[in-house]
Structure formats: structure tokens, C-alpha cells
Design a protein around this ligand. Structure first.
Ligand SMILES: [Zn+2]
Length: 575
């Protein structure tokens, strides 16, 4: 346990804040409000709530409890990733690694220098974009407002990594997000820190069974609350994961003792978080070929004393007592520039999309912050060789690093679209194909949709893949086999539309020039209020419809969705 990561709340201790009872926060039965004398400290997830308490109190007072039961657990799942200072030191790390023995692609020493001995000027500047927790319509909307209108230098829409936990997740949206090219990764079933292997492996099984994500596609993990142990890392390696991304890079790249290492293997143990994770570092744990992708903090003008890791836009910058988007933007740019002008270690936007949603009923859209993040990405993308990527894409390049002049050869950076005719009726993660074919699994705890048949009970750690509930007169739906890609698998007809590896996808990447041509990213995100024309050919989720449970929930949000649909109308057209 690393409690120091979750204790530093400048807003904590606000007396008299009301929250719903713990039992409801856990998604079980529960009623009434509990006055929490120590304010927000009890539930780290209430960080957002504590900043917007008047709104939420209004929300809690005005909306029927049935709606609250749906809303509150979603809020409660957002987790924290704050650090308050260095999480390692040279002494605590006691790290040594011989680069003559530890060689790519299977082994890489923890190093601030780029992999493969590349000159930093030949190294792409990667901006890793991640989201954590449950997948719901409003979380995908939140991510889309930053990425859907952007292009990487090769003309492809950026991909990102969704570290998915399962409580309150709408499985069909996971399928859609994956089929659109994004990475789906593991964040435990029920969102617990220092998780058991059953929590980790159960997430794999349920995502495979109910979201149709191939086992081979789920290669990464992030620990809830960034709370991991040596046993977590061992469990991941044993289960065949390729990487963990829970560790912090907590010392600026301008410091000679920086811990902003490029992703590295644990052949020689961990080199990050050595002051935090018991039994880690000084050569442990030895997990050959298993990777750590550090999470790179931003630093404000307090330097090493002012780190900002997850959701930095919620933090107060420079020791101030109030959040300030202008100050956040300034230090984000400064940290990016330090990386860019130095050894080009990646930078990361590690988001909890709930904090950036414009479609979350009853919560005002944080438009200033959304615009600030888009401004940051706009600015970053005007520079040469900047790529917005998923963790998996970053790792693919690190394992086989090539100079920017040869990026055309990196398969993981390409974009491709599945060749499935829009008129084909197949439940495959493409909204135009699967319309009308989803199973609605109406569990009172959290209803969801899936292409793969509803389970008889909600997946649990004890039983992550319950038997299918087959409606009278219908056949069971067939879950995805190992030899078919998700967009081509027909779970109702139990057949693969295309089983050859060549016939399935169109490569729509644009060649990028060897002499610097087209090496800046394209497209600016703009704000949700802008009506710039869409440039992407495929967006997985259009902000309408089937994500919502029926009844009062849908009725309560229909007005909001209407407004959102208006704003995004131009984006949704022709998708
Ligand atoms: Zn989380």
C-alpha cells in the first residue's frame, strides 16, 4: 500500500459535505445521505465532487433515487493518481543493468536515453493518451472531444489506451472502442488496489466473453489508485501480460537523477517507485521480458516539488489555492518542451474521462479545462514528429525503435479500417452493422449491452464468465474464437466473415516523407462548441442511443443528449 499517493488533497477536510452511504458507493442497496465530517478525504473519488459540491448537492436533492443509484457509483469509480514528490531515489533503486547483455527487443535497461542508441533528434515525441475506469457513453464522448478530430503525421486518427474496470461498464461500447482501433487494457474487475490475480484475470475473461476482445489484444494493466505491489507485477507476468503502467516518473528530466525512464523490462527489477513499493527495486522483482511503462509527471514552477500525474488539470498549480487552467497549460507546455528538447521521453495525458465529460447528466461541462487540453494538444501537434499514441503503440516502437525517417515501417502506427459493408447485419462493434442486434442485459445493479449474449448473472471475481442466458426460441450467441478478428465475427450466425489475415483491413495510412514532410500532426481539436468539419472516416461512438438504460434514466438525460447531439451534429453526420 502506498498511502502517500492518495493523501495529498488540498481540498480535503471541507466539513459538512454530504455523500451517499458507502453501501451505495459500492453499487449495492443503500439509501440516504451521510454527512462526512472529514469532507472528501474518505473517498478519493470525490475529488471532483468536492470541487463541485453545490452542483452535486443540487443534483442529489433534485433527482430521484433511482437515477442516483445509476449516477453515484459511476462517480465513485474515478480514481486518483496524485503524487507529491519523488517516489524513488538512486539509493533506493540500487539499479544496475548491463546494456551489452540486455538487448532489444526482449530486454531494455531502464534509461533516460532513447532506446536503440538513437539520437534524440531522430526520435518521435510520443504523447501517450490513456483513460481509466468504467467505459460508458459519456466517457467515450469525453475522449472523443480530444482525439476524434486529430491526425497523426501519417494521417491516422490517434489511438489511445482504455484501462477498463468492469463495474458499470457497458460492454458493447468496449467492443466498439476496440474495433475502432483503440487499446483495451486491464484495470481489475471491481477496481481494487493491490489486486489479487483473480481480479486481474477475471477482467480478461469477462472482456473476452462479453466485449469480444481477443485475449492476445489485452496486453497491458494499470493498478487502480496506482496501488500495486511486487505480487501484482508477478501476477501480470505469470498471466502473460506484456506490460504494466502503474509506476510514476516523479523527477523532472532536467534533473541528472531523473526517473523518467523510457519503458524498460524487469530483467533487472524495477527502477521507479522504489520509495513506495515494498520489496521492489535493488534488482527485484526479476521478470524477464515484462515491461514497465512509467507514467510521466508534469512539473509546475516548483519543479520536483510540484509534480502532477493523473488529471493534472484538477490540481492547483505552483502551490496556489485554486485550480487555474492557464497555469496548468503553461507547466504542461514547459514539461513537454523539456522532454522534447532533451531525450524525448514520452509525455502522458492520463485521464479519468468523468472529469472532462460534457454529457454527464447534471454536472456542468468543464469547458475551460476541455479547451485548455485541446490547446495543449494543438500546440504540441504543430511541432515536428509529435505522435499521440496508446501505450501499446509506444511499446511497439520501443521494442523495435526506428528513426523518424523510417516510421512508415512501424506496423503499430498504421491505421486500417475493417472491410465490412455498412449494410451487413452483424454484431461486430461497428455501430452501423450492429444496430438492432445487441442483447440488453437488464441487471438492476448496472444494465449493459453486448453482442455476445447476456450472462445469467453479472460477472464477479468468483465467476467472471457466467453461463449465457438464452431467451426462449433463440440460439445461444457464440463468443469470439481465437481465429477471427472482432469486426468479422458474427456471434449470432457463428461464423467468421473473413479468416484470411490479408483480406480484412484496408491500410489507410499516408506515407510520411523521409525529409520531414508531413511530420507534424494534423487537425486541431478545437472546443466542443466549434463546428469544424470532421476529417476522420470512422468514429466508434456517436453520442446517441443504446448506451443508456431504459426508463427514467433515458428520460432524464434526453434533454442533455439533445443539446449534445446538436453540438456534435456535424461530427455525427456520415459516420
Ligand atoms: Zn481507476
Amino acid at each position: 500500500m502506498r498511502m502517500s499517493r492518495v493523501e495529498d488533497y488540498p481540498w480535503a477536510g471541507r466539513a459538512g459535505f454530504y455523500v451517499l452511504g458507502k453501501s451505495l458507493l459500492d453499487g449495492k442497496e443503500g439509501t440516504g445521505f451521510v454527512k462526512v465530517s472529514s469532507g472528501c478525504r474518505l473517498f478519493e473519488a470525490w475529488r471532483y465532487a468536492c470541487r463541485h459540491d453545490s452542483t452535486l448537492l443540487f443534483l442529489f436533492t433534485m433527482l430521484p433515487q433511482v437515477l442516483l443509484a445509476l449516477l453515484v457509483p459511476l462517480l465513485a469509480l474515478a480514481d486518483e493518481g496524485s503524487i507529491s514528490g519523488p517516489t524513488t531515489s538512486v539509493e533506493a533503486a540500487g539499479y544496475s543493468c548491463d546494456p551489452n547483455k540486455c538487448k532489444l527487443p526482449k530486454c531494455n535497461c531502464a534509461s533516460a536515453k532513447p532506446p536503440g542508441g538513437l539520437d534524440p533528434k531522430d526520435v518521435p515525441m510520443f504523447v501517450v493518451f490513456t483513460a481509466d475506469d468504467a467505459v460508458q457513453s459519456y466517457t467515450l464522448d469525453a475522449v472523443n472531444q480530444f482525439l476524434a478530430r486529430r491526425k497523426n503525421p501519417n494521417g491516422c486518427q490517434p489511438k489511445m489506451t482504455y484501462y477498463t474496470s468492469l463495474n458499470y461498464t457497458n460492454y458493447t461500447l468496449v467492443t466498439d472502442w476496440y474495433v475502432a482501433g483503440n487499446e483495451i487494457a486491464d484495470h481489475t474487475m471491481t477496481h481494487v488496489g493491490d489486486p489479487s490475480k483473480e481480479e486481474i484475470n477475471g477482467n480478461l475473461m469477462a472482456l473476452n466473453a462479453l466485449a469480444g476482445i481477443p485475449y492476445t489484444a489485452i496486453t497491458g494493466f494499470r493498478a487502480p489508485y496506482l496501488n500495486y505491489s511486487v505480487n501484482t507485477l508477478k501476477a501480470l507476468a505469470a498471466a502473460g501480460f506484456t506490460y504494466d503502467s502503474s509506476a510514476s516518473a516523479s523527477i523532472p528530466v532536467t534533473d541528472p537523477n531523473t526517473d523518467a525512464y523510457w519503458p524498460y523490462t524487469l530483467d533487472n527489477g524495477m527502477a521507479n517507485d522504489c520509495l513506495q513499493v515494498q520489496g521492489s527495486c535493488k534488482g527485484q522483482p526479476v521478470l524477464p521480458g515484462f515491461w514497465e511503462i512509467p507514467m510521466y509527471a508534469f512539473f509546475d514552477n516548483k519543479g520536483v516539488a510540484g509534480p502532477h500525474l493523473m488529471d493534472p488539470w484538477l490540481d492547483n498549480a505552483n502551490g496556489a489555492t485554486k485550480q487555474n487552467d492557464t497555469a496548468t497549460l503553461e507547466y504542461m507546455k514547459n514539461t513537454f518542451t523539456a522532454h522534447y528538447n532533451g531525450n524525448r521521453q514520452p509525455i502522458g495525458l492520463y485521464t479519468h474521462p468523468i472529469h472532462l465529460s460534457t454529457t454527464y447528466p447534471g454536472v456542468p461541462a468543464p469547458n475551460g479545462t476541455i479547451n485548455m487540453i485541446n490547446s495543449f494538444l494543438d500546440w504540441a501537434q504543430t511541432q515536428q514528429n509529435v505522435w499521440i499514441v496508446s501505450s501499446q503503440q509506444l511499446l511497439a516502437w520501443v521494442q523495435n525503435p526506428v528513426p523518424v525517417s523510417q516510421l512508415d515501417s512501424v506496423q503499430a502506427l498504421k491505421c486500417s479500417t475493417p472491410k465490412v459493408d455498412a449494410s451487413t447485419k452483424i454484431c461486430n462493434g461497428i455501430p452501423s452493422n450492429e444496430a438492432g442486434l445487441l442483447s440488453h442485459c437488464s441487471f438492476p445493479e448496472f444494465p449493459f449491452y453486448t453482442c455476445y449474449g447476456c450472462p445469467q448473472t453479472i460477472p464477479t471475481v468468483a465467476n467472471p464468465n457466467p453461463p449465457q442466458q438464452v431467451p426462449d426460441g433463440q440460439q445461444a450467441r457464440q463468443r469470439i474464437p481465437a481465429n477471427c478478428s472482432t469486426p468479422f465475427w458474427d456471434p449470432i450466425g457463428a461464423k467468421c466473415l473473413c479468416s484470411s489475415s490479408e483480406c480484412q483491413f484496408n491500410d489507410i495510412s499516408r506515407p510520411i516523407g523521409p525529409n520531414g514532410a508531413n511530420l507534424t500532426g494534423g487537425g486541431t481539436g478545437g472546443s466542443p462548441g466549434q463546428s469544424s468539419a470532421p476529417t476522420q472516416s470512422y468514429v466508434p461512438f456517436n453520442g446517441k442511443g443504446y448506451a443508456l438504460p431504459p426508463g427514467v434514466w433515458a428520460a432524464s438525460v434526453v434533454g442533455i443528449l439533445g443539446a449534445v447531439a446538436g453540438v456534435y451534429g456535424v461530427l455525427g453526420a456520415g459516420m
